[in-house]
Design a protein around this ligand. Sequence first.
Ligand SMILES: [Zn+2]
Length: 321
Amino acid sequence: MKIPASETIRIAGKRRVYHACALLLAAWPAAAQKLPLGANPPGRTVLIIQSHHDDHTWEWGFGGFIAKLTGAGYTAYFVRTTNDEKDSAVGWGRGDEINHRESVAATRFLGVKDVISLNWRNDHMDSVPIKEVRENYILLIRKLRPDIVMTWNPWGHYDRNPDHRKVARAAGEAAWMAGLANVHPEHRAAGLEPHRVPFVYYTQRSDYGRGHAPNVAIELTEDHVRRKGEAFFAHNNVRGSPALAKSIRSRLDAQGLEIPELGGLTDEQAVEKLQKWSMESWSRQVGEQHGAKYAEVFYFRDEWDHLPGLAKYLRDNVVKR
Ligand SMILES: [Zn+2]
């Protein structure tokens, strides 16, 4: 029987044709142009500031780039700003415990040294003064002195998640305000000196497709993508639902279709394959758009972006000794 295809996707590296396969596709807008491939910035510490236990994965996450940096010698710290109490089907308290444990396990796949949980209440961050959240980040930046901060895009106004929007603004401000001696001068009494973060990468949950304009692509290897897939599924509390596999299979079955690679697998086994294929497929699509096998894309600001005239002068005049 010939399948009436509406879309095509790649699964496990093979091109297959399915009807209604939008089941498996995220709604990221196609990039308007091919982006330059970025190199690792110089340095040794990266601080990943996010809202939730699993934000480093997802299609829009930093997972592959984190694996790339730790593989090159960077020490990485992951900040989980909320307690994730709503992100579970087993109750708030138990969900918080499981999500924290799985966040530690997941980030290990990416070479992250530590998960720092700030435990603000999940979905309640709008009631917290931004100055309090920002001070948390300023203190961590002064303590860990990162060369790179990765966080949500402060200009990503269309991210649908309220915790993402709050963290984006607080972290975007902290990255530069941590360098000002007159901001929280009391930190000096604790031995923490000012530190401006030279390199910042932003991303956004882009289901709604607006507000975020990446300007750099980071090339990834198959190993980086595999580890990002492992990290994604390590959040088994939210990723491991057999109902997803069951739902996809029944919807395909209703159209007389099947995915042969899932034959003989339980729904529990099938959902793991589907989640990892989804991550691999997305990294491949982004890579193909930007001239690499696999890639992630971000909005990047470098150390001189706040002094554009000086940045051009340096680009034109600096020479190697
Ligand atoms: Zn999130």
